[in-house]
Design a protein around this ligand. Sequence first.
Ligand SMILES: Cc1ncc(COP(=O)(O)O)c(C=O)c1O
Length: 360
Amino acid sequence: MQRVYNFSAGPATLPLEVLERVQRELVCYEDWGMSVLEISHRDPRYVEILDETTSRIARLLGVSDDFEILFLQGGSRLQFTMIPMNLLTAGPAQYVLTGTWGKNSLAEAKKIGAVEVAWDGELDGYSRLPAAEEWTAADGASYVHITSNETIQGVQFAEFPETGDVPVVCDASSDFLSRPMPMSRLGLVYACAQKNSGPAGVTLVVIRKELLKRCRDDLPGYLNYANHAKAGSLWNTPSTFGIYVVGLVARWLEEEMGGLAAVDRVNREKAAMLYEIIDSSDGFYRGHARADCRSLMNVTFRLDSPEREASFLAGAQERGMVALKGHRSVGGIRASIYNAMPRAGVERLAEWMEEFRRRS
Ligand SMILES: Cc1ncc(COP(=O)(O)O)c(C=O)c1O
């Protein structure tokens, strides 16, 4: 069986080394006489895996004791609710809307408390990010929510906003661990694992310890960050297998890729290959995002008709490249080129884009 280049937006391709290691370790982990799938989450041998995974992520992000790293479930969608439940304790929460996921997050927060839209890119079809002078964080806001990378539209914050004393809460679902983040300026970062950091079923929340003081005791237990922090992510049975795979991905990022600055350089090179073709195609390929707001993770573009797009996708499939269709809400083509997409996969796509244009 030949593996394809999988450009899916998530669940997405994982590093081959990680998959092979999971395969080797699956039936019998080291000398345990059983699988990591079968061991109690409270067994010290499993807790060691959890602790190592936590330490690796802390090292990758460069965070110290100021932050708690939590492994939760419920996907990023549950975070849309947990964030306002736990943190909306002062003035209205402010949402910067740069695409579909920010809008979805706002819709859930509205059900919990007072929210405001700080900036909305809808008029431009979510093709750009706000300039610094287009919005400010209101004094007294509980937090400002941003989506660092909008997976569907393919726009990504290159610089994180300055918000003074108002904590920034960042949905980093589709660019977590893809580049260094200015953690000293962030209050909470969350990401479902199934794009850049592991399998579906684990959601990572990196929360400043100071913010845990806001979590009210009367919240339902699972929905209270402080409970998870106190219990070291073992308040209930976590996604044990998922966390183990996240740990392997983190090891790969540290030991094989050389950390997040090195990963970022590779990601920039991969994205540049595709954007250069779009830019030099005389409008044959039309990028969705404005050039200075482009995502390094999700490259979104269109051709001049749905028929031509279908023919592009069919040719890609024949050449071993799958899941390139844009999200149903925006159409077109979307190449998700997360950390684990090898350079060779992007090169093959670039070659196909050149060839398809020549032939058309
Ligand atoms: C930026 C962003 N936020 C949130 C989500 C929702 O994640 P989940 O399906 O894990 O709830 C996604 C999923 O695609 C996403 O890309």
